[in-house]
Design a protein around this ligand. Sequence first.
Ligand code: P6P
Length: 337
Amino acid sequence: MAQKISLTRYLVEQQRSDGSIPSQLRLLLEVVARACKSISQAVNKGALGGVLGSAESENVQGEVQKKLDIIANEVLIEANEWGGHLAAMASEEMDSIHLVPNRYPQGEYLLLFDPLDGSSNIDVNVSIGTIFSVLKKPENGHGQGVQESDFLQAGNKQVAAGYCIYGPQTTLVLTVGNGVAMFTLDREQGSFILTQEDIQIPADTKEFAINMSNQRHWAEPVQRYIGECLAGKEGPRGKDFNMRWIASMVADVHRILMRGGVFMYPWDKREPEKAGKLRLMYEANPMSWIVEQAGGAATNGTDRILDLAPNKLHERVAVVLGSKNEVERVTSYHTAL
Ligand code: P6P
């Protein structure tokens, strides 16, 4: 039987082979993975753990927080404070950045996360997940501690990105810039075991993911693209398409990583001042890097997401990502205007 390669062994061997995972980054990734195991346990308990339902509070986005949103956030904060690998953290669930307390050594990395993405699915037992992104702390020269501005780096500056999906399996997907690897949680061992590496997204697809209920609010290029998909083989695409929308970005992106597809959360005219619904720093950037590392593409409709210069920690962005040829088609419809 093939040897089981744990996440730790994978990271050690990656470091040995190409030096792409310095020891502090390896420690960070192992700590985040352990935190995801704890979150998975809490999610799996559901009603038995008294963790379902609303926390009767709102986050910085003005969204009602679920109890598990807060639990997952606290697990990630507590797990990452003491290790000496981080200088600060940022989360969808916190208004401002969280500095590592002075009683602990400061590290050279910044960690950003959406602790539990897809929260609306928690109470109905549909897959949800944790998304994380790692940046280097810049030598900012101002000599003070880490500031929010230190986090405002383009997605092409990430040194690691990943997500953990809490579904039928608990699966960690990770990139450090050398392709995408997937680890499945072996609950008997309590370890993430390598189950796939060098994941490749097919360049073409017959499957799109978008919230169709927003159709009347979309801009023309998106109306055109989706209209052509719906026209099927009798239409300009000459083939029928399938549609999926789980309303959990982690689950929709994981499906695309496994079998191809195009995921879209475009700008729409419901709130025209907002670029989109999804957040750039801790949803779009990590997912875009993972998708690109798997041979896919990711734009905001016109520009590569990883090249976007962030202005605010919680800024939103339109997202079109997945199978390269489809993303390029959608983008061409926008740039042809
Ligand atoms: P809608 C979950 O709240 C999320 O941020 C993403 O995970 C998901 O893709 C999207 O919002 C779903 O949005 O408007 O379809 O509920």
